[in-house]
Design a protein around this ligand. Sequence first.
Ligand SMILES: [Zn+2]
Length: 366
Amino acid sequence: MRGSASRAQIAEGTALSRATISEITAELRDAGLVVLAQAPAGSTRVGRTPEHLTLNPATGVIVGVEFSHTRVTVVACDITHRVLGSRMLDHGKEEPWEQRFTTATDFVGQLVSTGAASFPLRAIGVGVPGVISGRAQVLAALEQRLTEHYRVPIRTENNARLAGLAEFSWGAGQDMRDLIYMRLSEGVGGLLIIDDEPRLGNTGSAGEFGHVCLDPNGPVCRCSNRGCLEAYVGMGAVLRRAGAASVEDLVDALDRSESRAHAVIADAGARIGLVLANACSILDLSSIVLGGALSEAGEYLVRSVRQTIVRHVNAGIAENLKIQVAQLGSLDGALGSVALVLRDRTIPVGARTTSATARDERGRTA
Ligand SMILES: [Zn+2]
């Protein structure tokens, strides 16, 4: 639930009866989880304005952490999804995990001790790159470190997938039930949402678009296989081929119509488009969000991706094809870590737990 809503609006959004919503919201108000909100500005309704309800921001703070290959990002939000503060630090690819933990722990400490986040810390979500099952040691060490400092529930997930969850929860994909999200940064990953639910797969690695093979004889990838998408369109490879020092440089070169930059982006878009076309055909999906640093190339990239997809999918998918660029910028992974916690019904993010918090409510909660 974002912002405020009347009971009638909540009933409409959840397909539950108004009587049920009244009962649930009364319980949530008793528990201090929900409070009355100001009616939205511009409300011109004649007669009695219905009460608007909102989640109670004083309930607590959720912290989201993202470790990407080259950056530590930490964001603090209240449970109404309002960002209270954030911290970010770039580092080299070889930065030891121990040092990354120290950076993150310091940032969490700074954010939860500032006036902006004066409510109690309730939970921490953490995103890490790569397949989660391959990060067991790192995650155990991190969890131990965070638990020593903050005795709250900690949840972890792949960072690219979390960036997709953030876009799905409150970014470019928020009105969709089905979504293919691809994150194009140093690493390439993503998230599949089908029928309103993130799909994780049997081993929790669904959405690893970066390691789809385009050419078994292609260049060696970070994962040690050959010809993976990431080996061609990972940020490092793209910048090297374009002769650009940064994404900003690359976008400047595109704006100046430099042919080398355009050729590199057209090639990257075609490869990305091929993988997405196959995903669209297999899953019969047509809504795509492109995120990560490379998505800053915007329409230059989208044009090439779209052309390739349309060439390879059936007419029905092509007709409904919707490709958007992500909206949440560089906080996306950390915000996704917050969304992960808010969607987790085993974490009571409340003043006190009631039967209502555990009730199986329909609809999205984050
Ligand atoms: Zn690979």
